[in-house]
Write a protein that binds this ligand. Sequence first.
Ligand SMILES: [Zn+2]
Length: 115
Amino acid sequence: MTPLQRQKFKDIIESELTLLKIEIAATEEDSKPTITPDSAIGRISRVEAIQSRHIGEASVRARKARAMQLERALTLVDKEEYGLCVACEEPIPLARLRLIPEATLCVICAASLEA
Ligand SMILES: [Zn+2]
């Protein structure tokens, strides 16, 4: 990987991370309980409110996990090992890294681990 390519991935990771943090902040705001126990709303809408809160919490968790991976990628991006598959040590195709800049596995190893 050339220094210019590394710089580009750094930019991609940083902008994804910024976006993710904005989304996390927005979702956390949404998932705050807005209903007090004695509020006079129907049972169904209360269940719906609880369910949508759970969905909000799950997506916050997923986003936080991705943010951690991106932050890790950011610490690696200037190093030789960035862009190399941790399993087979082959370079991860740049097209894959553009989609998943935090990827640590090539397509083949990722597929064989998921199988
Ligand atoms: Zn691999």
